[in-house]
Ligand binder design. Structure first.
Ligand code: SF4
Ligand code: SF4
Length: 82
């Protein structure tokens, strides 16, 4: 499953990530965005790109072989052994 993380220590509660997510993966609770339904994430990265403080990270989990030039450090869960 895809992983979406939100660092609340960096967050300024601007709601941009919450408004950017068209799949309701991110919900608004108690002044902060919370990740509730990561299984519905389309990995569009809009939430991550819309955050002015770099608090949101989207880590796609696509268990298929990806060419080596692809940035492995960006998508650690997407590489399979072999
Ligand atoms: S990557 Fe797209 S679908 Fe996934 S949580 Fe962010 S805005 Fe929503
Ligand atoms: S876009 Fe970034 S700063 Fe704004 S609410 Fe979301 S995590 Fe917080």
């Amino acid at each position: 499953m895809h992983v979406i993380t939100i660092d609340h220590d960096l967050c300024n509660s601007c709601k941009r990530c919450y408004k950017a997510c068209f799949n309701d993966v991110i919900v608004w609770e108690e002044e902060f965005p919370q990740v509730r339904y990561p299984q519905e994430c389309a990995t569009c990265n809009w939430c991550e790109l819309s955050c002015p403080d770099g608090a949101v990270k989207v880590i796609p989990h696509n268990p298929v072989r990806i060419p080596e030039p692809y940035p492995r450090s960006f998508y650690p869960l997407s590489y399979v052994a072999g």
